[in-house]
Design a protein around this ligand. Structure first.
Ligand code: SF4
Length: 507
């Protein structure tokens, strides 16, 4: 995946006219545009302290399960039995970067890994993680999910202190801050806490040092991080529970907001609350980012997404013949909508599930001849039907319009779009790549105006209250800033100016 999708997307007006011809194939994603018109998840982090030496393979499978969180680069750092590190990282998907030979050469009993999608720093292999820093106590390695809002200041401080930063990422600043504190005489725990206190923003970290892995979350716990354990006594840290399931680990608990855990075979999980917990989990993790089979708040996100679909039906029902979802993330909410409304659920859009994401873009000639990469319509299902189509969000609206046009061309007589989240009006500064505010269609258009632009018969969004009520936990424990502009972690003005239309920002 590439970092700046604005360069790679095609607005509906620029789409080849053949795309709109009913005789042609319905390529809704010739430019990977289904993904590009969604907020992009930032990263997946994973770590294992194992009872045997096959740890690299366990981390490989963990990263494989977390591939949806970042497809730009991936890496694994293994510690051998003498504490030396071996890192392999490259651009591409996990399955493209690693093979049996590479993994078999990465011997050791503890390792961490990372899947990256860049939100700070450019798309280069030098920005791939884990980041490894040499210290007097041995190598320290770090994998980061999130985004520091004081990255510029932290990097400037470290540069001024003489550190030669190699990447352009915020994550390197945290790793170097740990290294610096170790060199000043602190032990691992003290050094990590010093670095955490110098870091401001969203971070879920998986770290390693000789004989130990560690996990930490910012005080708000914006990004998830869980602890697991295998039957043979290996410890696991993972962004999501799906990373535990793939290697047969049992969920132990989440790393709490503001908590640091250091895990060794001798002492098990040692916990330190390094900062008071002020939970503000990204609600978009629940709606869209995390995998539906991952568990948060003791239930799968599939169940949460079905529930928001049911609430959407209660709030904005319309008479129709079928309910369909935009694959894959719109499907659970569509099923919930169907069950609540009694309107039959159908599959009207089919996603190509049998290929991975590709870095190869089709040529213009291929696009014009109607290459289908990701999504296609089912004419038999849609013909002469009044269709309710459920999606999880609208960002720029360009993909929504393509979907609506394709549904009509496949024979739908009415298209009613229902969105299982409120209108996205503000960008994210906490590790999710949303467009700048002026590109967010809902930041400067009413629902009626958006409906007109995406050419639906009717459009409705889930209410903010319903989105939070459906979590069935304390509704104050979520970040909802991209729907409200109320940022729980202060964003410096300089950073705000990069993405916000400040004259429209609530004080
Ligand atoms: S601003 Fe939106 S995407 Fe970013 S952390 Fe908050 S809820 Fe999540």
């Amino acid at each position: 995946m590439l970092p700046d999708y604005s360069d790679h997307s095609v607005s509906a007006d620029e789409m080849p006219t053949k795309f709109l011809n009913p005789e042609d194939l319905h390529d809704l994603d010739a430019n990977n545009d289904i993904e590009t018109d969604k907020p992009q998840e930032a990263c997946g982090v994973f770590g294992v302290l194992a009872t045997n030496g096959d740890v690299a393979k366990l981390v490989y499978f963990g990263l494989y399960a977390l591939q949806h969180r970042g497809q730009e680069s991936a890496g694994i750092t293994v510690y051998d039995d003498r504490g030396n590190t071996h890192t392999h990282k490259a651009m591409g998907l996990v399955a493209q970067i690693f093979n049996e030979t590479i993994l078999s050469e990465m011997k050791g009993a503890l390792a961490i890994g990372h899947n990256r999608y860049s939100t700070t720093g450019s798309s280069k292999v030098c920005n791939a993680q884990p980041i490894v820093v040499n210290t007097r106590l041995g190598d320290f390695s770090l994998a980061h999910n999130g985004n520091l809002v004081n990255a510029t200041e932290l990097r400037a401080e470290l540069s001024a202190q003489g550190h030669a930063l190699e990447s352009t990422t915020d994550s390197e600043g945290i790793a170097f801050a740990v290294g610096e504190a170790v060199e000043e005489g602190k032990d691992w725990q003290e050094a990590i806490v010093v670095a955490l206190r110098r870091s401001y923003g969203a971070f879920s970290l998986v770290m390693a040092m000789p004989n130990a892995i560690a996990g930490a979350r910012d005080a708000y716990g914006v990004r998830p991080l869980v602890i697991g354990k295998t039957a043979d006594g290996s410890y696991v840290l993972s962004s999501e529970t799906c990373g535990l399931d793939i290697i047969g680990a049992e969920y132990v608990r989440e790393v709490l907001p503001g908590e640091l855990v250091i895990i060794t075979m001798e002492n098990g999980i040692q916990s330190l609350q390094w900062e008071e917990s002020k939970p503000k989990l990204c609600v978009f993790e629940m709606i869209y980012f995390a995998r539906p089979d991952s568990v948060m708040h003791e239930e799968s996100l599939y169940t949460y997404r079905m529930r928001i679909g049911a609430l959407l039906a209660k709030e904005s029902l319309v008479d129709a013949d079928i309910v369909i979802g935009v694959p894959d993330s719109g499907i659970p909410a569509a099923i919930g909508f169907s069950r609540e409304s009694g309107i039959p659920y159908a599959e009207g859009l089919i996603k190509n599930r049998y290929v991975g994401r590709t870095f190869i873009q089709p040529t213009q000639a291929m696009r014009e001849s109607g290459i289908r990469m990701k999504l296609n319509t089912l004419r038999d299902v849609l013909k002469n039907k009044r269709v309710i189509v459920i999606d999880d969000s609208i960002v720029r609206g360009t993909t929504s319009r393509k979907i609506v046009r394709a549904l009509r061309e496949a024979g739908a007589t009415e298209v009613h779009m229902r969105i299982s989240s409120p209108p996205v009006t503000h960008p994210c500064f906490y590790g999710i790549d949303t467009d700048s505010q002026d590109h967010l269609i809902a930041s400067h258009n009413s629902v009626e105006a958006i409906a007109k632009q995406i050419e639906v018969d009717t459009l409705a969004y889930l209410s903010h209250d319903a989105m939070l009520k459906a979590t069935q936990v304390d509704t104050t424990h979520f970040c909802t800033a991209c729907f409200t502009g109320k940022y729980p972690i202060d964003v410096p003005d300089k950073l705000k100016r990069t993405k916000l239309m400040l004259e429209n920002t609530a004080p």
